[in-house]
Design a protein around this ligand. Sequence first.
Ligand SMILES: *[C@@H]1O[C@H](CO)[C@@H](O)[C@H](O)[C@H]1NC(C)=O
Ligand SMILES: *[C@@H]1O[C@H](CO)[C@@H](O)[C@H](O)[C@H]1NC(C)=O
Ligand SMILES: *[C@@H]1O[C@H](CO)[C@@H](O)[C@H](O)[C@H]1NC(C)=O
Ligand SMILES: *[C@@H]1O[C@H](CO)[C@@H](O)[C@H](O)[C@H]1NC(C)=O
Ligand SMILES: *[C@@H]1O[C@H](CO)[C@@H](O)[C@H](O)[C@H]1NC(C)=O
Ligand SMILES: [Zn+2]
Length: 946
Amino acid sequence: MSKESVMSKTMAIAFIVLTISAITGLITMVILYKTQIDPMNPTPRPTFPSTTTGPPPVMRLPKNLVPQRYKIFLQPHFYTKIIKEVNVTSPNQTLLFTGNSTVNFHCIQRTRTIYLNSMDLKVSEPQVKHQDKNEQIKVSGMIFHEDDSNFLEIQLKDALEAGGNYSLSLVFSGEVSESLYALYISTYSEGHPEYEGDPNTERFLVSTNLEPTGARSVFPCFDEPEMKAVFDVTIIHRLDTLALGNEDVAGSSIIDDWKYTRFHPTPRMSTYLFAFTVSEFTATPSKHERVLIETFARPDATKAGYTKYAANITGEILKFYEKFFEINYEQKTLDQIALPDLAPAAMENWGLITYEEGALLYEEGVSSLLHKESIATLIAHELAHQWFGNLVTMKWWNELWLNEGFATYMSFLAVDHVEPAFKMRETNVLNSLHSAFEADALASSHPLSPPQEDVQTSTEINEMFDAIVYNKGSAVLRMLADIVEERVFNKGIKMYLSNLKYENADQDDLWTYIQKAVDDDGGHTNVAKVMHPWTKQIGYPVININTENGQIYQTHFLFNDSSESSLWWHVPIRVMSEVSDSRLVWLETSNTETKDEFISKEGEWILANVNCTGYYRVNYNSLNWQRLLFQLESNRDLIPLMNRGQLVDDAFNLARAKLVDVTLALNSTRFLWNETAYLPWEAAVRNLEYFGLMFDRSEVYGPMQAGAYLREQVRGLYSFFKNYTDHSAVPDDHSLQQSQITAIHVACSNGLPECETMAKKMFADWMNGNGTNHIHPNLRSVIYCQAVAAGGEKEWEFAWNKLQSSTDTSEKDQLRQALSCSRKIWLLNRYLQYTLDSEKIRRMDVASTIYYVAKNVAGHALAWNFIRAHWAFIIVDEGQLVIEGVTSRFSTTFELQELERFARDYDLSYTARTVYQAIEQTRVNIQWVKENKDTILNWFEGETSS
Ligand SMILES: *[C@@H]1O[C@H](CO)[C@@H](O)[C@H](O)[C@H]1NC(C)=O
Ligand SMILES: *[C@@H]1O[C@H](CO)[C@@H](O)[C@H](O)[C@H]1NC(C)=O
Ligand SMILES: *[C@@H]1O[C@H](CO)[C@@H](O)[C@H](O)[C@H]1NC(C)=O
Ligand SMILES: *[C@@H]1O[C@H](CO)[C@@H](O)[C@H](O)[C@H]1NC(C)=O
Ligand SMILES: *[C@@H]1O[C@H](CO)[C@@H](O)[C@H](O)[C@H]1NC(C)=O
Ligand SMILES: [Zn+2]
């Protein structure tokens, strides 16, 4: 098989993993691309000869037929359990599913062919009927297009006439997938978790996961978001199972040992929102006056109460949105289900939201309190989609941000409403902003809203699910809300939702309704004009301000200073000074302008982008930088909290783009000695991580770490929490809980003796304490890692045995990560070998385990050798994660050569893009280290000697 034919058989699946970075406690949204080989179709598909001239193949369905309603029967034949006893005839498991469908559609242009999408299905018995005349129309042929279009072409003897109503019936069958896409099977162990792997406790379930183009693999359909229809669904399943669908159950009957569960017809909706599950799960109800909300999970998990937290907040969040949008959730039921496997973390199917189990379940006394924050954020995101996405859907995938940007933006408001004590709004907003800034500073970024032609194939559609669409989308909405005022913005989005419900929208529709709200309010902003550069262009500006003469201009911010760009934006700048409140000032040209608001009076500082509402970075003349940094060190409270984090982040990134000297970035961390807030620390720790990666194998690392700078900086923060930490307790305030974890992480990993002693002692108490673990759940992750790092074989073995015997997902994840923290090379080597044995490390955990080892400086070289020795094994899934982990530290010419040789000699398959980006990044790193090493060494030496 040639490389090309392998690529044509691969299907990119984007999934979003909400990970809780166990070390920092910081919640990050990591976007990964997973490419999987289609297991159901092992024969290579014919590829189009590349020599053909002529137009590119058409991927979009013709618009001459408009689907209205599907009537669908689906029957998965699998068993939920297989009892294996010698004298019992046990059924063989089967992945077969069968079904039939009838779709009614309207013809608006005469045609003799029906095009729809179908993939990996055996389709037969096509029947076409003229509904108005009740006449059959003869089918003369059925052709499957073997290209990325997945067209099923049905040729007719007689033409369909414009204005007529027709139906198409098909019978089909397929195989339930073992990857996590389309209709897939998932397994778990029930009743006796200690017998995991015992066939008698193994249970099976099936679920759908169809966004963006999986529906065509479940039933033949018009699989485009704008081709909305009503779905009338019957699931045929085994008697001891429960079927859930988009709607509530209309009725059920039993025929020949099968249960027929028929659901009420759905509202008009897009195919990617279609969903059903068949399982033995049990439910936990939520409170809501109208809607029956139930949260389903494994019976063991329900019984143990792990669904309670999710159930508790879901009703509240739904009520919040109903009130906010002034539009009720109109269905009678809303189901949520915690699936043992799902990638992405969750999917917003209308009426049946699916979650990856670890992202929804909360275990009192075991889960970290901070885990609640990510559960609440995720539920709020998916519920927001019931309006943004489900009720009003983007016309085509190029404007996916209308779904994902809004769901992300709204989730910040909803979490702040249901859990005000979390004070998540600022943290969430800043994390999301930084994730977008990082991706959007590359010349290879893409516009928030690219042209339709650029997003055609399933692979191109999948590539849209990235940090830009989620996080830039949300940041740009927040900026617009600030420009027109939140009150006016909210009026606009209510009109957008109520006028376009059950329909599709593009971004011009959004601008139209917000404009209407602005006009009604007597405002003057031209919404479309202001917003176009932010959504149609890549990237974002850096605003350069000289406070001595008030001169101000913008340039396109790019990490690579050799890229040329003349892009510019309409920039709203909220500016304040030491003595004046914030005002909004516009910069609307690419030229240098002079504005009074930016002239500093009598030695005061000027701060632009107050509360980080603008999607841009800010650079100042060095005098103003010095004044701001002095303010941070003397009385930081005069600078708003979010800006305290942002100033640090801007300084480091401006240094990375060579716009300021690297010492300015380092100086911006000085005020931390006396800072307890999470956001500034988080910004500093994240940015210094890059320094750590570049220098932790060089002489700079001494003065930076052991030599004391960070150790001294963190001393105050560590002492602030000492009373809590020493008693394995945590403060009530959630953002202080975050800071406490940062304190332990930074203090222990930079060798603060009292921290190391504390971690070792707590871990030893657990080892010697007859199995009782007194470490507070919030602190477990960081303590485990630090204790394993400071310890030897005894600690490692203990953690390994606990990992093997624990039945708790979050405990297992924490231990699995902690095992990679060892500084003993032979232990790390043993750990890497374990990943080859699925009895020791589960297949789905292999990539992240290797990633953790590679991130540890002691395991880095080991991991790189291991990856090359076992590439064929590693590439089976999440190869990109492994590559990213190991190359993040590459900064020498030798490493560059090795990586280039790797790219040449190994079959990179779907990881090719990641490897080439890593080569590019390594070149940047080599250059950066060369230019900055001496300055940085001097700076740290100066700091530690003074
Ligand atoms: C299977 O065999 C065992 C022992 O031979 C017997 O006790 C048991 O009842 C049998 N089970 C069935 C279902 O026949
Ligand atoms: C089950 O599968 C095995 C091996 O594939 C086969 O030999 C056996 O005949 C099957 N049994 C039934 C009842 O289908
Ligand atoms: C579809 O399958 C169901 C259940 O087997 C059957 O009752 C129905 O008649 C079938 N419909 C069509 C159009 O084949
Ligand atoms: C759920 O809410 C109830 C009542 O507000 C509260 O007592 C309980 O602690 C909550 N449970 C969880 C897991 O948050
Ligand atoms: C900035 O945010 C803080 C806290 O959220 C708020 O109190 C303050 O009013 C905001 N400032 C402006 C100018 O919006
Ligand atoms: Zn989403």
